[in-house]
Design a protein. Structure first.
Length: 676
């Protein structure tokens, strides 16, 4: 760099320079260090700088293009074109630009697309990238290419030269923001072009020199939504998508009408003259020819009517086995034209869902036997994307032989996928409503029992005390029972209030700093009290996150205690003997994992899917045997979700259960008893 500065100083010393245009990050850095000494205090226009906001300079002298790639919009496009995307593979490198783009991607994902499943690969060498891609692929995935300058024995090639390295090892759609990657490589995206930036930088320099510039110091990058037609077809992405229709399509087959416009005008002029001659001759044609013309017009009207009704036409010749399909038929099955389908009477069963073949055959036999006026059924047909789509199929035999066997049959198909999905949603809604009604009835019955039990105890013992016929020690005993029943009733009411607040969105999380070790000690005392009350032979062990005497975290202590107490109470309730272990582990610098493990009854496999549902326990006999509202685990799951955590469990019937949940929080140490 020092040598280059000396060369430029020597080269430009005889000249008078009016202004300088800078075209990338390195040029900008070079000018800031040596520019004034080489060219003087001249106006500067710049482009191609990815981190221009990191510099401090005179914006009245330096004006240029804000080269920003639109990561957020490109991610939205990827999700819209590939709704079944399992994972997005993001490729970058360790260059300055690569790191900048990676940070911009992470920022966009965390703020706008938190649900996106992605893996960020930094390409350090061809072998490393090749291995990483092969480990990830295949599947319903896509690649988002940010930057790809790989060190190859001290040198790096252009990104487009690394195309085969990516496509050969992970043949999925590739999206990017650079126009120079089109050409049998990327599928598309929100792209920017160096030529656009160069022209705009030249305009800025002209305005600076003419002192006519009125724009701000930073001009936004010009963007273009563009896709490669061949790559879209290769990856099975429909060009009929609304997003594709708004975009610029590259490598699209050239329209012959535009290419041979002059020739076509001459040809059509000749054809027009011939048509006039033919029209004159048609007047003298026979009645048969007029009838054929009316038939052609009738068929044309039929085709337009079918197109308007969004129906595809099929025509079967039973003698040859050939099946004619209309263009609309092919479009409904996601094909470009009917010739791609290769449907024949001998292989027609390959296109229908196996479960629908008996229904299709039965409908045809019933129609053929004259038991139905038309051939009609609802079946699933495989589209080009290998997905099955619901269609309503109608047909009629229009020609038979002397033995009354069908020779030709014509019909239509009409897509009813939305109707079938709606029917499925109606059925699911009906099932949910019936289940909700049953749960509501069971919940009301359970609540009446749960509330009536402590109320009966409170009223009964109150009546005994009011008689003044009992001894003092008995009165104290009865007062203790009244207090215990009141606490049970209060717990039931608290559960109902909590679930109501959660569903209405009124329950709030309040964070503060507290000592987690003190919370565990409180829970241990509560558990010992519950064990004595239940008269059970249980041991409660506590595993702390840290060996320190104090372990301060920043979270909601009341809700964390409520979650752990719910899990601990359940463990004591469903464990007759053995041990219960409660504690936490450090997962990473911002996440703790809490667990409650018991040696109790365990959960049967058929009940594992419902234990987090409201008003449900493992089975309804548990409510009668152990009591409870059936709301504890539902409240627990909701609280964990509100605290940005996840909850899960493992259980084996007759062995015990372990409930675990994560808690994202801040804490002051990583000196832990146990690490993951």
């Amino acid at each position: 760099i020092e040598n280059l500065s000396r060369i430029y100083t020597h080269k430009y010393s005889p000249s008078s320079i009016d202004g300088v245009i800078l075209s990338d990050n390195n040029a900008f850095d070079f000018f800031l260090k040596y520019g004034d000494d080489i060219w003087g205090n001249v106006p500067v226009a710049f482009c191609g700088n990815n981190n221009i906001h990191d510099y401090d300079f005179d914006t009245t002298r330096f004006k240029g293009i804000d080269e920003q790639i639109n990561i957020d919009s490109t991610l939205q496009i990827i999700k819209a074109l590939q709704p079944g995307l399992e994972e997005l593979i993001v490729i970058s490198d360790s260059t300055i630009s690569g790191v900048i783009f990676s940070n911009q991607f992470l920022k966009a994902v965390h703020s706008r697309h938190p649900e996106l499943n992605y893996e960020l690969l930094y390409a350090d060498s061809p072998g490393q990238l090749k291995t990483a891609l092969r480990d990830i692929c295949p599947g319903k995935k896509a690649i988002y290419l940010l930057s790809l300058y790989i060190d190859r024995e001290g040198f790096s090639r252009e990104i487009i030269q690394e195309a085969r390295l990516v496509l050969d090892n992970c043949p999925v759609p590739v999206y990017s923001n650079w126009d120079f990657l089109f050409g049998d490589f990327i599928t598309g995206g929100i792209v920017i072009r160096g030529s656009d930036q160069g022209r705009e930088a030249a305009k800025i320099m002209k305005e600076l020199l003419n002192k006519t510039i009125h724009r701000p110091w930073l001009t936004p990058t010009k963007e273009m939504l563009a896709f490669d037609y061949r790559q879209l077809n290769k990856n099975g992405i429909s060009i009929e998508s609304p997003i594709i229709k708004k975009a610029t399509l590259l490598n699209k087959p050239e329209n012959p009408l535009a290419r041979f416009k002059q020739e076509l005008i001459i040809v059509f002029s000749i054809l027009l003259f011939l048509i006039i001659v033919i029209l004159v001759l048609l007047r003298v044609l026979s009645q048969k020819q007029k009838a054929e013309k009316r038939l052609i017009q009738s068929e044309s009207r039929l085709e337009m009517a079918l197109e308007g009704a969004n129906e595809g036409l099929w025509d079967v010749d039973f003698k040859t086995g050939n099946i004619f399909l209309s263009q609309k038929f092919a479009t409904l099955l996601k094909y470009n034209n009917p010739n791609e389908i290769h449907l024949h009477a001998s292989n027609h069963s390959n296109f229908f869902h196996k479960s629908d073949l008996p229904q299709l055959s039965e409908a045809y036999q019933m129609y053929k036997a004259g038991r139905t006026p038309l051939f009609q059924c609802e079946v699933r047909i495989q589209a080009k994307t290998h997905q099955y789509i619901w269609f309503s199929v109608h047909g009629k035999i229009i020609e038979t032989d002397l033995n009354h066997e069908p020779v030709r049959m014509v019909g239509t198909i009409n897509e009813i996928q939305s109707q079938k999905e709606f029917e499925h949603q109606l059925k699911a809604a009906k099932d949910r409503a019936e289940e909700s009604d049953r749960l509501k009835s069971a919940f009301l019955a359970n609540m009446s029992h749960e509330i009536r039990t402590p109320m009966n105890a409170i009223l009964g013992f109150t009546d005994l005390i009011m008689t003044n016929l009992i001894e003092k020690h008995e009165k104290n005993k009865y007062l203790g029972m009244i207090k215990s029943s009141g606490e049970n009733l209060l717990n039931i009411i608290n559960d109902i209030i909590d679930i109501s607040k959660i569903e209405s969105g009124q329950l709030k999380i309040y964070k503060e700093q507290f000592d987690l070790n003190n919370l565990f000690e409180d829970l241990k005392m509560v558990s010992q009290s519950l064990i004595l009350q239940k008269e059970k032979d249980l041991i409660v062990n506590i595993q702390r996150c840290s060996e320190d005497s104090h372990f301060f975290i920043y979270a909601d202590p009341y809700r964390l205690q409520q979650i752990l107490l719910n899990l601990l109470t359940n463990a004591i309730k469903f464990t007759e003997k053995g041990s219960i272990e409660i504690g936490c582990k450090i997962k990473d610098q911002k996440t703790l994992v809490f667990f409650v493990k018991d040696t109790g009854y365990g959960i049967a496999p058929e009940h594992k899917s419902i234990i987090f549902e409201r008003f449900r326990q493992a089975d309804e006999t548990s409510i009668r045997k152990f009591g409870g509202t059936g709301l504890g685990l539902a409240i627990t799951k909701s609280l964990v979700s509100m605290m940005k955590g996840e909850i899960w469990f493992s259980s084996e019937q007759g062995v015990g259960s372990e409930f675990s949940f994560t808690l994202p929080c801040e804490f002051n140490t990583l000196k832990a008893g146990v690490h993951f």
